[in-house]
Design a protein around this ligand. Sequence first.
Ligand code: AMP
Ligand code: MG
Length: 419
Amino acid sequence: MSGATAEAQVLGFAEALAVVLGHAAGVRPAGLEQVALLASAGRVLAEEMAADRDQPPFDRAARDGFAVRAEEFSGGRRLTVAGQVRAGEAWAGEALQSGSAIEIMTGAAVPPRADAVAMIEHVEQRGAEVWAAPGRSLAVGENVVARGSEARRGDVLLATGTAMDAAEIALAAACGRADLAAYKRPAVAIVATGDELVELEETPGEQQIRNSNSYALAALVAGAGGQPARLEIARDTLEDVRERIAEGRTSGLLLLSGGVSAGKYDLVEQVLAELGAEFFFTGVRMQPGKPVVFGRLPKLEDASGAWPECYFFGLPGNPVSTQVTFHCFVQPMLRVMCGAGVAGPRFVQATLAEDVLSKAGLTRLLPALLRHDLERPGVRLVGWQGSGDLAANARSNCYAVLPDGRDLKAGDVITVLLR
Ligand code: AMP
Ligand code: MG
């Protein structure tokens, strides 16, 4: 490495995760803003959302059938049908009389004095009379969802910090919320470094490489709830790297790709060190992703905005390394800046479909395919040419986590990183 730079701090994988989460725990989200309900998808709720009325707002029939007194129905009594009540209607007649039943549709309000709903499939009917089919009986409350049993008016249904997705949006809609307070999306600067890189608009020379990392990172940032800004490519000169970092550090978070390995033209750490950066790690015993750097730049004199300091990640330039290290380290930090609680990467467990050899001294995160079969969900590795293999990466849908130095057998349950 050329020139003075940060003292190397190479951590184990779990240790590095813990360091990031430790810092994330001290980060506050940006301010909040009012957004339209549908625009809240992918955002984080910045208020407590309470029920505006009881849910359900009335005793609701859960089945099509007959509203009855459970005891009469179970006793086999012949019941006279007194009328019908449909969803959206109030029962206009008087309370249910002894010896009668009221035909009712799913979603309708159960009439007064009825204490259960006999489902149509469990009823025999002749003319205006109904009774229990052989062997059928009914408990009080059966097929009735009592008013307020799902939520009481005023109950907090969604806590501040909840990630808004279809389930939460549906609940907010049920509470009549056309808009809600969400945390602002943090601005994330993305800087690709490399003399070999060209932008998409250019025709690459034979030895040149298209800058795919900026796009990968922009998509990942947007997917995690941030607002990506792709800056111009920084060439592998001190001047260029300085200039781009100066531009990027005004954002909430700075992501650099490339230039963090041990090569002669890997200048990113040097420039960050010059600017007074603190480094929390400068490498992780993982593959791909070993050269990943995490740190913080001090506050700028004229800095405004939510964050007093600018956290940065120097991600290795190899495209799969860039993406894996984003999922492991950047995503958890970014989610907290978006207002979500501190949470690690999305690890799940799955059954390995084949034998896999590990490597000593490294946690490996290899492109893999998680099959979502009902009977036999399982994971197998995708063949690849190493951490530059974007095609293999796109054939995968997760990364299999292979622990340091332990060979694995088909049938072993392993950890998988979802993306
Ligand atoms: P570096 O980390 O700068 O040593 O780069 C490692 C490898 O990743 C090299 O083969 C680079 O050409 C490639 N690479 C670096 N930056 C990018 C980028 N932005 N897009 C695609 N490939 C890249
Ligand atoms: Mg480079």
